[in-house]
Write a protein that binds this ligand. Structure first.
Ligand SMILES: [Zn+2]
Length: 195
C-alpha cells in the first residue's frame, strides 16, 4: 500500500510556496516542477502559453507510463498564485500550520494541490503499487481568468478522467460540476488581500 510521507509532503509544499510564481511569472515554479516530475520518471513538455500570454513560462504537461493497461488518469493543479507573491517566506509553525511572513500571500492555492499530486504519485511509485498511465497538467495564469488553460492544446490529453486539486472544503469532498466563469465588478474598501 502506498504511504504518504508527511515529511516529503511538507518539504515539497515549503519549496513550492517559497518560489515567486505570480501569474505570468511562473518561470521558477515551472523549472522546479519540471525537475520534480523528471525525478518521478515523467516526460515533460512545456507549451508556448508564456509567449502567447506575455508571461515567462508555459503550461506543463507530464506523462508517466503506467505499469498496467487502462485509460490514463489526469491530475491537475495550477502553478501561479495571486499577488503579492514575490519573495515569499513560508513559515511552518509548531502547531503544524503554515503561514506566510505576513508581507505576501502564502500561495497554498495552488501549491497544496501541486505538492499533493507529487507526493501521491511518489508514494505509489515507491510502494510498487500498479498504476495506469498518468498525465499531469500544471497550467499557468489560472488566477487571471484561466488564461493558461485557455491556450493549452487539449488534443494532447488522452485521459477521460481527471482530478483537479484546487478547492477548499472538507478533506475528502469533491465538486463534480462547476458553473464555468462568472465575472462581476465590486468595489471593496480596505486592506489589499486575496479576494
Ligand atoms: Zn486555485
Amino acid at each position: 500500500m502506498p504511504t504518504i510521507s508527511q515529511e516529503r509532503l511538507t518539504q515539497d509544499f515549503l519549496e513550492l510556496t517559497a518560489v515567486s510564481s505570480e501569474s505570468l511569472d511562473e518561470r521558477k515554479a515551472a523549472d522546479l516542477l519540471t525537475q520534480k516530475l523528471h525525478e518521478l520518471g515523467f516526460s515533460v513538455v512545456e507549451d508556448k502559453a508564456g509567449e502567447k500570454l506575455g508571461g515567462n513560462a508555459g503550461n506543463l504537461y507530464g506523462f508517466l507510463k503506467g505499469t498496467i493497461p487502462g485509460e490514463p488518469l489526469l491530475f491537475s493543479a495550477h502553478m501561479d498564485t495571486v499577488k503579492p507573491g514575490r519573495n515569499k517566506k513560508p513559515i511552518l509553525h509548531e502547531d503544524g500550520i503554515f503561514t506566510s511572513d505576513g508581507t505576501t500571500v502564502l500561495g497554498a492555492d495552488d501549491s497544496a494541490g501541486l505538492a499533493e499530486i507529487l507526493e501521491g504519485i511518489r508514494s505509489v511509485r515507491e510502494s510498487g503499487q500498479p498504476h495506469r498511465d498518468i498525465e499531469i497538467l500544471f497550467p499557468v495564469a489560472e488566477e487571471i481568468y484561466i488564461q493558461g488553460s485557455g491556450v493549452f492544446d487539449f488534443n494532447r490529453i488522452r485521459a477521460k478522467e481527471a482530478y483537479v486539486l484546487d478547492m477548499s472544503g472538507e478533506v475528502g469532498s469533491a465538486a463534480v460540476r462547476a458553473p464555468s466563469l462568472i465575472l462581476f465588478r465590486v468595489t471593496v474598501n480596505g486592506r489589499a488581500s486575496h479576494s
